[in-house]
Design a binder for this molecule. Structure first.
Ligand code: NOJ
Length: 558
């Protein structure tokens, strides 16, 4: 049996903060760095090791900070660099590490580099971005569709050329072919590392190398073509990442995770290989992108057999080669309990605990998205004008405007999958605005804040919060949770997710009922001696024939 090299970031649990929605200290309705500082004790008590901060840099906020105007300044709504320094210092004092979001596939169109680049074709920044002439007068250089709907090209009146933007037109793509761009990025990264940060989460990092021919993509909707084959895991991406590793990453003790849509396990072994000198791990997307009917849009749950197939494929194919990240949700995904569990009041808590069990006992580094540890749910959106997210708004306009879906159908998809579900404010208490702000929150607080909030849950030993805390403690206690091999059992079972972990002569059996039914189950083995190390339903003994309650989950060690 192969044992992985032991490292701190494999043993760690990461907590993602979306600063805009986490905690507002000054009543402007927008979360901020002082708010995070006030919440550090809460995170330390939960027991997480690393905080991943979604972007906190100066930004005009076309895409809530993923459009960066200045990589070395703090967004004014969030505070100042002094606040950041205080956050870093206080986090470190409490044993918490800070992982920054690195967004270098693109910048804001208001970044100084772009402002200069667009001026003319005769200045040092002219090739910092991807500029092309149109095909014929007025026609875009190719048919690519941007991730946020519409063409991925924007004509610039000053420079009289088109620039590429795979996201919004205020997010022009950097030209990674230009070594001055790459070295400017590395300098900026070193500047943050020298401040003492502990890692980077790298935004769409597998999209930085484009096929230089920029060929038309396969038509996807009668209007535009798919850029994926020419952009995702592009020709020089591994070369660039190895250069980044040599220039920056190898000089510091960092944790790195690449966001890599459309990645295969073969590619992942390069990005996150034990010996490849690129990144520590990546975020794969298969379980969160399954079943999209128009692009990512659907309102249907993934069937459990498919979920098991995908998760298990990543577990077994990376075994011994590369390290997995584990996540159910983040700031781009709906709430885990609404999507993979059951957010009806009678099942919300138990299914949130079941999901935690299922994920955290797999092999990889687990990520908790703010509020997941409370079992926060999707927001009951009923009108299109309640959404603030550029992706949701543009998709509605494009899909309903072109009559590809009716209004009601699209609303149902948005309710199920819009990114704004993750972005409603963190629910701290049952106070007005859930204790998030004394002002008017930038997105409304979920009306279930009276039952679902940190204050209530911290004071209730049976809460979802305490269950997460216990799971994190177990990870610190049993190295089999981190390093054991994974084996899926009951592959075809439509309600149960059952798997085993093994490390030397220790074993864990993880059993999760993903349904709202009582399931009769015959244990796969007879065990004389075992410990139930966690249960969401007070299970103490195992009978050889069991009746598993709706969303029941437990783990035994034998
Ligand atoms: C992925 C980020 O997670 C998402 O929030 C953002 O909109 C895009 N990349 C563009 O930066």
């Amino acid at each position: 049996m192969r044992k992985n090299k032991e490292t701190w970031w494999k043993e760690a649990v990461v907590y993602q903060i979306y600063p805009r929605s986490f905690m507002d200290s000054n009543g402007d309705g927008i979360g901020d760095l002082q708010g995070i500082i006030h919440s550090l004790d809460y995170l330390a008590d939960l027991g997480v090791d690393v905080i991943w901060l979604s972007p906190i840099y100066d930004s005009p906020n076309d895409d809530n900070g993923y459009d960066i105007r200045d990589y070395q300044r703090i967004m004014k709504e969030f505070g100042t660099m002094d606040d950041f320094d205080m956050l870093l210092e206080q986090a470190h004092q409490k044993g918490l590490k800070i992982m920054m979001d690195l967004v270098v596939n693109h910048t804001s169109d208001e970044h100084e580099w772009f402002v200069k680049s667009r001026q003319n074709t005769d200045n040092p920044y002219r090739d910092y971005y991807i500029w092309r002439e149109g095909k014929k007068s007025g026609l875009e250089p190719n048919n690519w569709e941007s991730c946020f709907s519409g063409s991925a090209w924007q004509y610039d009146e000053t420079r009289e050329m088109f620039y590429l933007h795979l996201f919004s037109k205020k997010q022009p793509d950097l030209n990674w072919e230009n070594s001055r761009v790459r070295h400017a990025v590395y300098d900026m990264m070193r500047w943050w590392c020298d401040k003492g940060i502990d890692g980077f989460r790298m935004d769409v990092i597998n999209m930085i190398s484009k096929d230089e021919e920029l060929p038309d993509g396969k038509n996807i909707n009668g209007l535009f073509g798919d850029f994926s084959p020419y952009v995702m895991n592009g020709p020089k991406v591994h070369e660039f990442l190895r250069e980044m590793h040599d220039e920056v990453l190898s000089h510091y003790d960092l944790m790195t995770v690449g966001e890599t849509p459309n990645v295969t396990t073969e590619e992942a072994k390069k990005y996150a290989g034990e010996e490849t000198n690129e990144l520590n791990m990546i975020f794969q997307f298969e379980h969160v992108e399954f079943g999209g009917e128009i692009g990512k849009w659907t309102d249907k749950k993934i069937p459990l057999v498919e979920l098991k197939r995908i998760m298990s494929k990543w577990q077994t194919e990376l075994e011994g080669h590369a390290w997995n990240s584990l996540y159910w949700n983040n700031h781009d995904q709906p709430r885990a309990v609404s999507r993979f569990g059951d957010d009806r009041p009678q099942y919300r808590e138990i299914s949130a605990k079941m999901l935690a069990t299922c994920l955290h006992f797999m092999k990889g580094t687990p990520y908790i998205y703010q509020g997941e540890e409370l079992g926060m749910t999707n927001y009951p959106f009923s009108q299109i004008d309640q959404f603030k997210d550029i992706e949701s708004i543009n998709a509605y306009k494009e899909i309903v405007g072109n009559q590809r879906l009716e209004h009601d159908q699209m609303m149902s998809c948005l309710r199920f999958k819009s990114r704004d579900n993750a972005r409603t404010p963190m629910q701290w208490s049952n106070n007005k605005q859930g204790g998030f702000t004394t002002g008017k929150p930038w997105l409304p607080v979920n009306p279930n804040k009276d039952e679902v909030n940190a204050e209530v849950e911290v004071n209730n030993p049976n809460s979802v919060y305490h269950y997460y805390k216990k799971i994190i403690q177990l990870r610190k206690k049993h190295s089999i949770i981190v390093y054991g091999d994974y084996e899926l059992l009951e592959e075809r079972h439509e309600q149960l997710f059952v798997y085993r972990r093994c490390l030397e002569n220790e074993h864990l059996l993880v059993l999760c009922n993903f349904s709202d039914e009582v399931i009769k189950y015959k244990m796969p083995m007879q065990l004389e001696q075992y410990d139930v190390i966690i249960t969401n339903n007070q299970r103490k003994v195992l009978e050889s024939e069991m009746e598993l309650q709706p969303y029941e989950a437990f783990v035994i060690k034998y």
